[in-house]
Design a protein around this ligand. Structure first.
Ligand SMILES: Cc1cc2nc3c(=O)[nH]c(=O)nc-3n(C[C@H](O)[C@H](O)[C@H](O)COP(=O)(O)OP(=O)(O)OC[C@H]3O[C@@H](n4cnc5c(N)ncnc54)[C@H](O)[C@@H]3O)c2cc1C
Length: 497
């Protein structure tokens, strides 16, 4: 990427933004991807991934459009350069709110179907920046390589910002026999060799959404403090085309090339999920953020705070789309005066408002870390994320319920335009104040959001992508202090013990 001026105006700051075309050019770099046993020459050879790449590329182009400039870019105070807001590290409540605008923008752009849009993994780097004081006194516990973690965290943030970088984050390990701790350990990514210049790692990361469509992979192992062996205590980042990285993609679930009328969301493609194999991958010393220190691994929760805030905000945006779509169903079916139907929409509204309330609370309770980074309240985020995924299936079901037969009895643009039968559909299926085709377009949107294969993948993603509900409950047990509540009970009940 060449450094350019955003506009010809003399006062315009130098920018570090990529266009969509520049972003796409970075993906043709020899990365190794397989789908269904077929090796791709480039990621865009798979139509569903290519459509997803186009959607991401349009987010890069949007950075140059006045209507999206505020949400997607900001002037970095240290450099005076115009950069992607994805790489902003908030230091005040105002900057936190401004950074959220970017999450809302990427969530709307993908209708919430991309859990790892380009601003997600920078949120983890921002989390490392927020807690970099904790990494200050840490030293490598693997002999032979001695990175400076804090210097590397700061340099990676600067690198991402100056390159308008996209990255995937892969923290979870492969699914193995969970009854056997040794099996989980075997699946950890681990250091096989350390040299003064860097380390070699082997193993695998699971899922790593969007990796095939991004520039870098940002990785660590999720492990227990006591069970993670030192050679598996590693945080780092490398370009996804690094020698030894092989990606095996899951089957595709979107409908690229479909008519936009038939599939308003699924035709936009999808974010990739892939099993990522590391076969003696070299990680330069400058891209290592923890090496061999089990205590460093315990920072997973705090470091992921911005990523979890992202997850919850995206779900709130999607919940508002559900409310909008639900209201439109009432309008076009003329069911809005039926009290039972109003109550169903009320449940969608309750869900959306509750998610917003958690976000407002997490931001209102935000505190600066020792490094001066303003971070949302973790326990509010955990409670909000738990509420969001517990209720997601119910919300999807209510939206489906509101639609009745219309959600299944969809016929497609070609049927409506068929000279022999199209007029029957057009004449016999109009809605309240809308044509039959206008009604069907709404149903097609809701199908893609709730019922098709893409929606199925997204629903499963929502359920586990940043910890399934049972683990979130366990986190709440750890995070929320209860002594004051116990004292209140004792005071009211007159318990003097
Ligand atoms: C589509 C998709 C995309 C994803 N994207 C990413 C990504 O980009 N980056 C990333 O790092 N990860 C990603 N994940 C992985 C996600 O982090 C894991 O799926 C999640 O951590 C759950 O782990 P697991 O699937 O290995 O569950 P398993 O460990 O195999 O457990 C299965 C189930 O058992 C229960 N369970 C297991 N252990 C416990 C426990 N200790 N306490 C309570 N309940 C438990 C839970 O209900 C759990 O769902 C993605 C997953 C999916 C499906």
């Amino acid at each position: 990427m060449t450094v350019q001026h955003k506009t010809a105006a003399a006062a315009a700051p130098v920018h570090r933004l990529k266009t969509g075309a520049e972003f796409k050019a970075t993906l043709n770099d020899g990365r190794q991807i397989w789908i269904g046993g077929r090796k791709l020459d480039k990621v865009t050879d798979e139509p569903a991934l290519a459509a997803g790449v186009e959607l991401i590329a349009s987010m890069f182009d949007d950075q140059f459009k006045p209507e999206f400039a505020e949400a997607t870019t900001y002037v970095e105070p240290a450099s005076g350069e115009l950069v992607s807001r994805a790489w902003q590290v908030p230091h005040s409540p105002e900057e936190l709110a401004a950074r959220r605008k970017m999450i809302e923008y990427t969530s709307l752009k993908t209708a919430g179907t991309f859990g790892r849009p380009p601003d997600l993994s920078p949120a983890i780097v921002a989390g490392l920046m927020a807690h970099r004081e904790a990494f200050k006194d840490k030293k490598s516990m693997i002999e032979g390589c001695d990175p400076d973690f804090v210097e590397n965290i700061e340099a990676y943030m600067e690198h991402g910002r100056s390159q308008n970088l996209t990255a995937s984050e892969s923290l979870a390990g492969p699914q193995t026999d969970r009854s056997n701790p040794k099996a989980a350990e075997m699946a950890f990514l681990r250091v096989t060799k350390a040299t003064p210049e860097g380390i070699f790692v082997s193993g695998a990361k699971t899922v790593g959404s969007i990796a095939a469509q991004a520039n870098d992979i940002f990785f660590t192992n999720l492990g227990g403090l006591t069970t993670t062996p030192p050679e598996a205590c590693v945080w780092g980042a490398v370009p996804i085309n690094t020698d030894g990285i092989k990606m095996i993609s899951r089957e595709m679930v979107s409908q690229p090339g479909a008519n936009r009328f038939d599939h308003p969301v699924a035709s936009l493609g999808e974010e990739a999920d892939q099993f990522i194999i590391f076969d003696n991958v070299f990680v330069p010393k400058q891209k290592i953020f923890n090496l061999g220190d089990p205590a460093g691994m315990s920072w997973y929760g705090p470091v992921c705070v911005f990523a979890h805030w992202h997850v919850l905000t995206r779900l709130a945006v999607k919940a508002e789309l559900f409310v909008g779509a639900g209201q439109m169903v009432l309008d076009v079916l003329g069911t809005g005066k039926i009290p039972a139907v109003q109550l169903m929409l009320g449940e969608l509204i309750e869900y959306a408002q509750t998610l917003r309330a958690f976000i407002v609370a997490a931001e209102a309770l935000a505190k600066p870390t020792a490094a001066g980074v303003m971070t949302p309240d973790v326990s509010m985020l955990t409670a909000g994320r738990l509420y969001s995924i517990e209720n997601y299936p119910k919300i999807i079901h209510i939206l489906q319920e509101l639609c009745g037969q219309g959600l299944v009895m969809r016929f497609g643009k070609d049927a409506f335009e068929n000279p022999e039968v199209g007029h029957y559909l057009n004449d016999l299926l109009p809605g309240h104040g809308v044509t039959a085709m206008q009604k069907e377009l709404l149903m097609n949107f809701i199908w893609d959001m709730t019922s098709g294969a893409l929606a199925g993948r997204v629903a499963l993603f929502e359920n586990v992508n940043s910890s399934p509900a049972p683990r979130l409950r366990a986190r709440l047990f750890e995070e929320v202090r209860r002594e004051a509540f116990v004292d209140q009970v004792k005071t009211i009940a007159g318990m003097d013990w």
